[in-house]
Design a protein around this ligand. Structure first.
Ligand SMILES: [Zn+2]
Length: 175
């Protein structure tokens, strides 16, 4: 969803900057679609924030849909209800089985792509995202981490390791 919103915003910038198909109707459509995406994002964020991502929990009395949701959101086990998968570039992806929240390694350039203003703020956001991702990777669980084949990627010109390029690619296509 985050990536869909990002792609939409990029398309909108092209339209505003005078893309070939720019017209009022398209701008309005893009605006409406953007509002839908933003409200969906808010709903998802609320759902993710309500969940403690743990296994177990009890629903004592079903009084309403809310009591079921509360039970599902408040797992009581020491184990987290997450699955972890190691991608081919070595990154670990973590997903909560209960609320669907996904933790992916933050892509540095995503925090650095506008003007130079607010650089400190962006850096702090990047560090906060790194800490959150690292915490998720260390969630205790009795599930085993699955893994793909592991590869190292190198930049042809510099010969330097370029596993981060694969991370950026994954971030662009979503997952
Ligand atoms: Zn969760």
């Amino acid at each position: 969803m985050k990536n869909a919103l990002k792609n939409f915003l990029r398309a909108l910038i092209v339209l505003i900057d005078g893309g070939p198909q720019r017209d009022q109707f398209q701008l309005e459509q893009a605006h409406i679609a953007g509002q839908h995406l933003a409200s969906l994002d808010q709903l998802l964020a609320k759902r993710h924030a309500a969940c403690n991502h743990r296994k177990g929990g009890l629903i004592r009395r079903v009084k309403s849909d809310t009591s079921i949701a509360e039970g599902l959101n408040n797992g009581t086990s020491a184990s987290y209800a997450v699955r972890k998968h190691q991608m081919m570039n070595g990154d670990i992806w973590v997903d909560c089985i209960r609320c669907g929240k996904k933790w992916r390694p933050p892509v540095h350039q995503d925090f650095n792509w506008f003007e130079r203003k607010f650089r400190t703020q962006r850096f702090q956001n990047y560090v906060a995202a790194l800490v959150e991702y690292d915490t998720a990777c260390n969630f205790e669980t009795n599930n085993s981490t699955s893994s793909s084949i592991l590869c190292n990627f190198y930049d042809r010109k510099t010969g330097r390791q370029a596993n981060g390029v694969i991370r950026e690619m994954y971030a662009t296509i979503g997952g």
